[in-house]
Ligand binder design. Structure first.
Ligand code: ATP
Length: 218
């Protein structure tokens, strides 16, 4: 479903990576590991349409990302990508359900349908009982499960997670990884998980290492 071919990126004279190839199937979780500074987040950002490659192509369901057109790229990202960040990035002044509904508003879903879909997404991550609370009252693990519900509420084809367990202790990390895995399998999204955590990498179906400017099985 996700098809990356010959991807290259440099900042300045030294190449961060070159000729990166990557395929991710529907419902598959692939971990990207590698030393700090090897370019994992940059690779994720290029696949997300937040950054552009110097060379190479990224295709989703056969369609190439429109890197040459800012407006088309923003629309593509909004419709097809769900993002989970290390620091959750929930808006503190909105309720949990309102946070989860945000991607629906951005994608033009009618307001009458948004709350119902947000509650269904929260049901999937077993947090519907917390729908009316503010994010500040949740544990880290709960906050990240809300972020997973928000990332998937608009049924994106691609789920991208950058250090999703980086702010969690091992117990919460385990719950979040179980949730992430179950949700990816349920929705059939293709998932890329950038991580330094052996626990998180082990929860994925495959592990790839970015090192020496190339991506290879870990
Ligand atoms: N916009 C930018 N301009 C210049 N250099 C950048 C830019 N973005 C990233 N870099 C550099 O590219 C290198 C790779 O950064 P990146 O964040 O992709 O690495 P990473 O493998 O995700 O690291 P970490 O594991 O520490 O998060 C770093 O040396 C970083 O300073």
């Amino acid at each position: 479903m996700l098809e990356v071919r010959g991807l290259a990126k440099s900042f300045g004279p030294a190449a961060l990576f070159e000729a990166v190839d990557l395929d991710v199937a529907a419902g598959e979780l692939v971990a990207i590991v590698g030393e700090s500074g090897s370019g994992k987040s940059t690779l994720l950002n290029i696949v997300a349409g937040l950054d552009r490659p110097d060379r190479g192509t990224v295709r989703l369901d056969g369609a190439a990302l429109p890197y040459g057109d800012d407006d088309a790229l923003a629309l593509w990202r909004r419709a097809h990508v769900g993002f989970v960040f290390q620091a959750f990035h929930l808006l503190p002044y909105l309720t949990v359900a309102e946070n989860v509904a945000l991607p629906l508003a951005l994608n033009g879903v009618e307001s009458s349908q948004r709350l119902e879909r947000a509650r269904a997404a929260l049901q999937s991550v077993e947090l519907v009982a917390h729908a009316d609370r503010k994010p500040g009252t949740l544990s880290g693990g709960e906050a990240q499960r809300v972020a997973i519900a928000r990332a998937l509420v608009h049924a994106p084809r691609l789920l991208l997670a950058d250090e999703p367990t980086g702010n969690l202790d091992e117990g919460h990390a385990g719950q979040v990884l179980e949730c992430l895995r179950a949700e990816v399998k349920r929705t059939g999204a293709a998932a890329l998980v950038v991580t330094h955590s052996a626990l998180a990498a082990a929860a994925c179906d495959r592990r790839l290492r970015l090192a020496g400017r190339h991506l290879a099985p870990a």
